[in-house]
Design a protein around this ligand. Sequence first.
Ligand SMILES: Cc1cc2nc3c(=O)[nH]c(=O)nc-3n(C[C@H](O)[C@H](O)[C@H](O)COP(=O)(O)OP(=O)(O)OC[C@H]3O[C@@H](n4cnc5c(N)ncnc54)[C@H](O)[C@@H]3O)c2cc1C
Length: 535
Amino acid sequence: MNMDAPVLIVGGGPVGLATALDLGRRGTRSIVVERDRGTGAELLAKAGTLNERTMEICRFWGIADAVAKCGFPDDVNLDTIYCTALDGLYIGADPRPATKDRMLPKGAVEMLRKCPQFLFDPILARAAAATGMVTLLYGHRFERFEQDGNGVDIELTELDSGSSRTLRGRYLVACDGAGSRVRRALNIAFPGRMLSYSVSAMIRADLADTKFGIRNRYMFIDGKGTWANLTSVDGRDLWRFTLVGSEAKLDPAVHDIRGDILRAFGPDIPFEVLRVLPWRRSQCTAERYRDGRVFLAGDAAHTTSPTGGHGLNTGIGDALALGWMLHATLNGQAGPALLDGYEAERRPVAMRNSSISTENFTSWIAAADFSNVLEPGEAGDASRRRIGAEMSAALQQEWTSTGVGLGYRYEGSPLIVPDGTPEPPDPAASYSQTARPGHRAPHAWLRDGRSTIDLFGNGYVLLRFDANTSAGTILDAARARNVQLGQVDILDPDIAALYERKLVLVRPDAHVCWRDDAAPAAEDAARLIDTVAGF
Ligand SMILES: Cc1cc2nc3c(=O)[nH]c(=O)nc-3n(C[C@H](O)[C@H](O)[C@H](O)COP(=O)(O)OP(=O)(O)OC[C@H]3O[C@@H](n4cnc5c(N)ncnc54)[C@H](O)[C@@H]3O)c2cc1C
């Protein structure tokens, strides 16, 4: 039966677009169905920070430069300030240099970037379209689907005409956000914790001449703790004002967000409210990520508190995972178990990242005894200094979380061959490189100026650190299974020391899946390839 495209993607938010981009760059066609009439047209007060790993993936997709030049200035500080109001009392600060003054964290090849979603999503959409492999169907609402042994049919409504349309693909990827209609249709439970109902407002205000000057983020604290924050969206005059929230739903039609902003700004700082977005702060993870030919990705599969900025970044990891796995499967380069690896690998990462985000959120609330924060005079100053120091200590993990982005590992994955070494600690705030199977392959600069990370992406790569060690059996086994595998020799002793073994097998997502000092015998090499490629 005719297919409209091998992969159908419901939802043209960042994760749907990223999945299409990844597939398109590999040469697999997809159709993205999005009910909105375009991408990034609305100023959405949502994700604004792309972590080091997301930026590395953007580098592979060829869009890291576009993100770096998205318009967020690289010379504005990324400080956080704790205060009672913009015209109120100073409590403390966490200074953080501007992008241009920051050093790359150890082990990272790309810098964490500020890039608001209303700029990031169009970069993804343009790059996806430029592959020539992606059809973006805007103004189409996904209604329902049916799957059979060979494919998936989805029914859409074209919103302008009201007419129905059906598309058929081999696989369906649901990137339709936290309320995912696809997930609900599959009756996949979405258990977790409800943390609060919140409202964000996108506002325009010139804060250059205000008491604390321009900072990246202001945390507003009263006698009960942090009640709101203000985060720079474009490094200039666009800001996201967010209420910590309440247990009851906040209806923006009734809730006086202007009153909240006035409380935080004081009466003398003019501002314009551009858009108000109600949202739910929650930590939920879908019980299953797959049902037959249907996969969940991004917020459809997991929600996180934005504290730490891990939601979109986790979704970008999903997009990369589905991209290489679907492409390999569709092209006869993988066995049926490869796609099972998606849930086995990505679900634990979502659980980890969302619980770190919740920890960050609870730190806001429980960081200190805030009761004296508004007290005047010397005694109040002392309390504020204490609260500032305690907030600063409690929130370090939120501001610096290199480990969250780069340190996740696919422990226990059926697609990874362990080497018997113990699992190292997994701190959120710092990252130590290791070529242990399951981890992201270490970055090191090669003599030609590229990173080792630049070697990965298309097919598997067998790194060889000793010219006398033959990898022949592995290459033969891959050829026999039609698995795309290239060998790269690196004879630099420092990089060899970093990878710790003479032969290291790296997957298209830059994760190590096997390593040893010698290639296995032919039969074992066949088993190795079968394991890592899901046969
Ligand atoms: C205030 C706030 C701040 C945040 N800050 C950060 C941050 O700094 N860093 C970070 O990593 N994350 C952050 N996040 C989280 C981030 O915004 C989300 O994780 C991200 O948007 C998820 O992307 P997605 O593509 O999975 O889903 P969404 O962005 O929700 O996109 C889903 C898309 O599907 C479409 N859709 C839904 N149903 C249908 C249908 N039936 N038919 C057709 N189309 C449909 C929608 O129109 C939408 O375009 C923040 C979130 C909030 C609320």
